[in-house]
Write a protein that binds this ligand. Sequence first.
Ligand SMILES: Cc1cc2nc3c(=O)[nH]c(=O)nc-3n(C[C@H](O)[C@H](O)[C@H](O)COP(=O)(O)O)c2cc1C
Length: 316
Amino acid sequence: MVDLSVTIGKLKLPYPTFTGSGCYGSGEEFAPFVDLARIGAVVLKSVTRLPRLGNPTPRLVHTPAGMLNAIGLQNPGIEWYLDHDVRKFAERPCAVVGSVAGFSVDDYAYTCEKLAARDEIAAIELNISCPNVAHEGETFACDPNLTAKVVRAARATTDKTLIVKLSPNVTDIASIAREAESAGADALAVINTVRGMAIDVETWKPRLGNVTGGLSGPAIRPIAVLAVYEVARAVTIPIVGQGGIETTTDALEFFLAGASAISIGTGNFTDPRVPMRIVDELEAYLEKRNIPRLQNIIGKANVGFANPYQFEGDEG
Ligand SMILES: Cc1cc2nc3c(=O)[nH]c(=O)nc-3n(C[C@H](O)[C@H](O)[C@H](O)COP(=O)(O)O)c2cc1C
């Protein structure tokens, strides 16, 4: 049997597959259809300091190769979450990663500290694609200094694995990645959704209640592969690649670009078994080529990328 295991910070996972925040509930919802033990980690919907009702509807728009969403981070707030939801996560047969969002540096630190303190949470993902109210609403992930500040503040609250999720809505994602790494990130999730909009030509109005939204699914895959490729050359911490992954071939593109693990978001809306199927097919792909470990192929399409997980003496 081939070895698909991966280490992301302190997180040791038997499989290199995550499920995207906001796209897989807490895993429980899909338990009747999938063997959650065959998924590396489920990333929970982002939680904020205070409860949020989310954006006005419609919140989802179908697009030719994916979808636009503007959910608006609807969630019950960290206090309710800790009292009612988190306890259940201990029952999951896979790792559960908490996702933290916020609107100030203090928000992130507060929520991160509370969530990371819980044993049921294996690691924290920081969703920094949120506006900073103290900085004219500028998105944290779009500014290197804001990225550094928010990552440093979250880092100071926990020793657990901290995965920082980057936005593709920037000119130079590599420079943001470097700031996140220097500020203490253990890993990077690359990428979040791409900004977009759709207009109803009958009503002459935007189709999303929030006017703008985030594009996800196969439409963004080439953008995501390039982002992983560029980030992999800029940092030495592992990358969880994501954006439009639906098949094993899609996943392999990300591994070859330099991702150590991958995440499936929108793909689950059409088939929640995609993460499991990719694990099965990755095993077959490597076996057929006599490659003992998945980590042997990381970054192989990325000349100059040094794979920190390459094992001495391994072929492939
Ligand atoms: C309906 C929906 C809700 C999402 N909610 C969140 C969220 O709460 N936090 C977050 O960090 N990303 C969120 N995302 C982004 C996904 O986790 C993922 O990073 C992105 O969609 C790209 O991957 P994909 O093309 O496989 O979906 C959401 C995406 C969708 C489609």
